[in-house]
Design a protein around this ligand. Structure first.
Ligand code: CP
Ligand code: NVA
Length: 301
């Protein structure tokens, strides 16, 4: 079988995604009870970062070590990629030396091109369009707290960004209902909305959107690369802050998630992360376990 990549959630079947989530939960339990699993002994993951990261870098690096392999941090500033070496050349060279490549960059097309030339698995660790690894952690967290996410109502509040686009793909693959509440002009990709109109709805009013929600999710108002829009976005998104009061309008058992980093006083109120409905620390920790399961799936298949 040809090499498997993970550029969006659509690269794995729903069955494979659920298998990864279950494996993540099992690997977490084994790790927490002190068991050592090293299926990726001597395997190497190259990690190309063209944007900042805390969670993604640490979880991939720690994950590879725990699985018996290693990870190599490559900043675009210090590699020939940053000096204009073509993506297709870099992809073929790295595939001669490592067993997988993780990329965090701006253009999704760059990651697609890299994957097209790579004979080893390529993992999208965030582009301007998608952040699929975060969705694995989010779904794992929901499953741990509430059981299957199938048929549940998830509400996205805020910017129609890379995380929101990935939630649309997740709605399709994990079979849940998604309601998206964004200010005018900040909707997610129209092609994704069109392709998933059977399960994704738009509701501009955040208070109406969260009614009956089992999960409420938000993210920063200005993503990496949009720093110069910060002020105008603060104005445009002012009515889209998630707070305990907004959560009170959701279902009684609703959870709150945020991929982090968060801006208290902007997309969340000062007290939102401390609210008992917030599971953001568990969600962040699950980046490690979900990606270990993903690495094992991609590198062993
Ligand atoms: N959530 C997330 O991807 O965090 P980092 O930017 O710190 O990797
Ligand atoms: N939407 C955010 C997510 C950060 C993890 C960004 O792209 O900056």
């Amino acid at each position: 079988m040809s090499v498997r990549h993970f550029l969006t959630l659509l690269d794995l079947t729903p069955q494979e995604l659920n298998q990864v989530i279950q494996r993540a939960i099992a690997l977490k339990a084994r790790h927490q009870s002190g068991q050592i699993d090293e299926p990726l002994k001597n395997r190497v993951l190259a990690m190309i970062f063209e944007k900042s990261s805390t969670r993604t870098r640490v979880s991939f690096e720690a994950g590879m070590t725990q699985l018996g392999g290693s990870a190599m941090f490559l900043s675009s500033r210090d590699t020939q990629l940053g000096r204009g070496e073509p993506v297709e050349d870099t992809a073929r060279v790295l595939a001669e030396m490592v067993d997988g490549v993780m990329i965090r960059t701006f253009s999704h097309a760059m990651v697609e091109k890299f994957a097209a030339y790579s004979s080893v698995p390529v993992i999208n660790a965030l582009t301007d369009d998608f952040h699929p690894c975060q969705l694995l952690a989010d779904v794992q967290t929901f499953v741990e707290c509430r059981g299957s996410i199938q048929g549940k109502k998830v509400v996205w509040i805020g910017d129609g960004n890379n995380m929101c686009n990935s939630y649309i793909n997740a709605a399709r693959q994990f079979d849940f209902e998604l309601c998206i509440s964004t200010p005018e002009g900040y909707a997610p990709r129209q092609d994704l909305l069109d392709a998933n109109a059977d399960r994704v709805t738009l509701e501009a009013d955040p208070q109406a959107a969260v009614a009956g929600a089992h999960l409420v999710v938000t993210d920063v108002w200005a993503s990496m690369g949009q720093e110069e829009e910060q002020k105008i976005r603060e104005r445009d998104f002012a009515a889209y802050q998630v707070s305990p009061a907004l959560m009170d309008l959701a279902a009684k058992e609703a959870l709150f998630m945020h991929c982090l980093p968060a801006h208290r006083g902007e997309e969340i109120s000062l007290d939102m992360l401390e609210d008992p409905r917030s599971v953001v620390w568990q969600e962040a920790g699950n980046r490690l376990h979900a990606q270990k399961a993903l690495l094992e799936f991609l590198m062993m298949s």
